[in-house]
Design a protein around this ligand. Structure first.
Ligand code: GNR
Ligand code: NI
Length: 175
């Protein structure tokens, strides 16, 4: 198993829409395993393939909080929100492994129905509520080249992007 490098803003790949997954094969199974190790190590509660520089429509999630709790890994291929259930919204302070040290409140539908292909290649559906609803929408946004900072004002977003560009420059100067 490998821990993969996570690409960061302003990497332009994060802005590119990901292409559909065509088949479940050994290479995809290994990628999914590596994405889970990468996500658990980070640690994070979700990860989109594009964040490890693979622009394919694949995401992994596990919203179990405590380390001693049993893991509940979820992998979705070609996920799509097919229904926003009700009109309740949920505000949550989001973060992103591709935008380290940045956190901001984002309002999203509180309950969504997601259709996807599972790792057996079978069509599946999941009703996502609470934290899972927030994370699945954050991850599907990644597959469409969208980031949570896009929900903030242009001013706030530009301040964050500038900070990330500077962090990258400073980082490059040290070594
Ligand atoms: O680890 C993560 N935490 C998180 C918190 C609130 C809303 C979304 C997330 S997903 C994020 C990991 C990540 O960047 N996934 O793309
Ligand atoms: Ni993210």
């Amino acid at each position: 198993m490998a821990i993969l490098d996570i690409i960061k803003v302003p990497d332009p790949l994060l802005r590119r829409p990901s292409a559909p997954i065509e088949r479940v094969d050994g290479a995809l199974e290994r990628l999914v395993r590596d994405m889970f190790s990468t996500m658990y190590t980070a640690p994070g509660v979700g990860l989109a393939a594009v964040q490890v520089a693979v622009p394919r429509r694949l995401l992994v999630m596990d919203i179990v909080k405590a380390e001693d709790e049993a893991k509940r890994p979820i992998a979705m291929l070609n996920p799509e929100i097919v229904e926003i259930v009700g009109d309740e919204v949920r505000v949550y302070e989001e973060g992103c492994l591709s935008i380290p040290d940045v956190f901001a409140d984002v309002e999203r539908p509180a309950t969504v129905r997601v259709r996807f292909t599972d790792m057996a290649g079978k069509p599946a559906e999941m009703l996502c509520e609470g934290m899972l609803a927030t994370v699945v929408q954050h991850e599907i946004d990644h597959l469409n080249g969208k980031l949570f900072i896009d929900y903030l004002s242009k001013l706030k977003r530009n301040i964050i992007i500038k900070k990330m560009v500077k962090a990258k420059r400073d980082d490059a100067t040290v070594d």
